[in-house]
Design a binder for this molecule. Structure first.
Ligand SMILES: *[C@@H]1O[C@H](CO)[C@@H](O)[C@H](O)[C@H]1NC(C)=O
Ligand SMILES: *[C@@H]1O[C@H](CO)[C@@H](O)[C@H](O)[C@H]1NC(C)=O
Ligand SMILES: *[C@@H]1O[C@H](CO)[C@@H](O)[C@H](O)[C@H]1NC(C)=O
Ligand SMILES: *[C@@H]1O[C@H](CO)[C@@H](O)[C@H](O)[C@H]1NC(C)=O
Ligand SMILES: [Fe+2]
Length: 475
């Protein structure tokens, strides 16, 4: 019964190329609306004294440890943590064998207030010049309360590098969030692509906003101290709260979470790009200006030209608000960004656009709606083999609960949809193949519910033609 909802659109093994190309357009199958309803925990936040938020022992012990990629190509990480008693040491000691820290990097410390809440001392330290494909151990804090962690650098930028990304969105800090995080950690994912809405601390008032950012930092540490989370911001990061005297957008988020935006020549930490293994990942901000001539628009225009599919075949875009979603929740909120960027996504042959915001799971076929132009043109999305697949993974499990109502009938563009909590994994194998899974949270076992083999948008179609046209796209 349960397994019947797993779909395999494409066969795993040698298939004639023509079939691959036709199938990647994907309109042969009617979409699936899964009727699975799993029992879920109530959508309430875990109490602050729960062990999921345990405070490390010792004077000024580092807590809320998280790392992210620190440069364009993956030989640097930014390590961040919070100390609560005093600013303390901003150094990171690191090396390639355990308890032997040959190197030291010096970081910075910042703090902020939110209403009457005073943050701890927030440390950010860039550790660069790392070697590819190596395990590094690192130590932060001093004496008895110092703490040690490790991370693995990615393989060199290479078109055939295999790499597994996890995709998580709208996580929050409920028992469902914990289930999502624990399932993700068993998935073999090496880096998280985070599609916005982090802590949901803005559901609280006054000093509790800051307190719930701190608890969230401790909550994700079990994963984020050991592997990079690539951040994008959602509406819950804005925290425009004039009644508490707080009107500076993204204040908590920008103090706590760093991104390597300067490495991609972005003017804001809210939009940027990184390359990792065989993937080029572009992060957009749904809540920053993006219409023609804005800074984000100009930057994306330049960044798409920098994409080199000969080096990084897989082109992935992250944003918070989905462009194609048939859920009644937040319906058409992504339409303005679609109008501005969709033609670029199609002509650049983006592989995947991952988004969150809608608290459910949905995957589209390759479709586009770029011929519509107000005065005429086709008003409906049509199959388009150059178009990205749009995937909404806003089902991390935050306290707002699931978005359970989809429009009926299921639109032609929607391939699979289900309102359950979970996360996705994208296992890139080489320049042509990637195995994608959406994993519904399920008690005690792996539940891969939506599994698809994806063929690379650049190489799969160029293999046949044996012709690699560089400027196939006029941006
Ligand atoms: C930051 O910490 C310093 C040192 O404890 C303190 O004097 C200052 O008021 C704090 N700033 C903010 C904005 O909280
Ligand atoms: C950013 O700009 C500088 C100066 O123009 C250039 O050297 C560098 O390559 C650019 N970075 C990227 C990722 O294109
Ligand atoms: C609008 O779309 C129609 C049909 O595709 C096309 O003929 C027309 O030139 C377009 N108009 C503009 C202003 O682009
Ligand atoms: C790429 O990976 C797929 C899936 O593992 C495999 O079938 C295919 O042979 C690989 N291609 C190359 C060129 O290694
Ligand atoms: Fe959201």
């Amino acid at each position: 019964m349960l397994l019947a909802f797993g779909v395999r659109l494409l066969l795993y093994h040698p298939v004639p190329l023509i079939f691959i190309i036709l199938s990647s357009v994907g309109h042969g199958n009617a979409g699936i609306t899964s009727t699975f309803i799993r029992s879920e925990w109530p959508s309430v936040d875990i109490p602050l004294d729960h062990e999921a938020f345990a405070i490390p022992k010792g004077h000024n012990a580092p807590q809320q440890v998280h790392i992210t990629q620190g440069d364009y190509d993956g030989t640097a990480v930014i390590i961040s943590w919070v100390t609560t008693d005093e600013p303390g040491n901003t150094k990171v000691q690191y090396g390639t064998s355990k308890e032997k820290y040959d190197f030291t990097a010096e970081g910075t410390v910042t703090n902020y207030t939110f209403y009457n809440y005073k943050s701890g001392y927030i440390h950010h330290c860039l550790v660069d010049g790392l070697e590819y494909n190596k395990k590094y151990y690192y130590k932060i804090g001093v004496g008895e309360s110092s703490r040690e962690f490790w991370f693995q650098t990615p393989p060199d930028i290479d078109p055939d590098a295999s790499y597994t990304f996890g995709i998580i969105g709208d996580l929050g800090q409920t028992y469902n969030s914990l289930s999502t995080l624990e399932h993700y950690m068993q998935s073999g994912g090496q880096t998280v692509l985070y599609v916005g809405d982090l802590s949901y601390a803005d559901r609280y008032e006054y000093n509790n906003v800051g307190i719930r950012w701190d608890s969230w930092g401790r909550f994700i540490e079990r994963s984020s101290a050991y592997q990079p989370w690539i951040w994008s911001a959602g509406n819950h990061e804005i925290e425009y709260m004039p009644r508490m005297g707080e009107v500076l957008p993204f204040k908590s988020y920008l103090h706590r979470f760093m991104t390597p935006h300067i490495a991609s020549n972005s003017s804001s930490p809210l939009w940027y790009a990184v390359r990792r293994a065989s993937a080029h990942i572009i992060v957009l901000s749904s809540y920053s200006p993006f219409v023609k001539s804005t800074l984000q628009w100009k930057w994306l225009h330049e960044e798409l030209k920098r994409v080199d599919r000969l080096k990084t075949p897989w082109l992935i875009v992250l944003m918070h608000v989905p462009i194609y979603s048939s859920n009644q929740g937040h319906y058409m909120e992504g339409e303005s960004m679609r109008a501005v960027f969709e033609s670029w996504f199609v002509c650049s042959k983006v592989d995947f656009i991952f988004a969150g915001h809608v608290h459910a799971y949905e995957r589209s076929y390759r479709i586009s709606n770029i011929h519509y132009n107000v005065s005429s043109g086709d008003r409906y999305p049509v199959p388009d083999r150059s178009a990205p697949v749009y995937i909404t993974v806003g089902d991390g499990g935050n306290q707002e609960g699931l978005a359970g109502r989809f429009w009926d009938p299921q639109p032609d563009y929607s391939a699979f949809r289900e309102a359950s909590y979970g996360h996705s994994t994208l296992e890139i194998r080489n320049r042509t193949h990637a195995f994608y899974h959406w994993n519904r949270n399920d008690d005690g076992k792996k539940a891969q519910t939506d599994s698809v083999v994806f063929y690379n948008q650049y190489w799969a179609s160029n293999m046949q033609r044996r012709r690699l046209r560089k400027n196939h796209c006029k941006l």
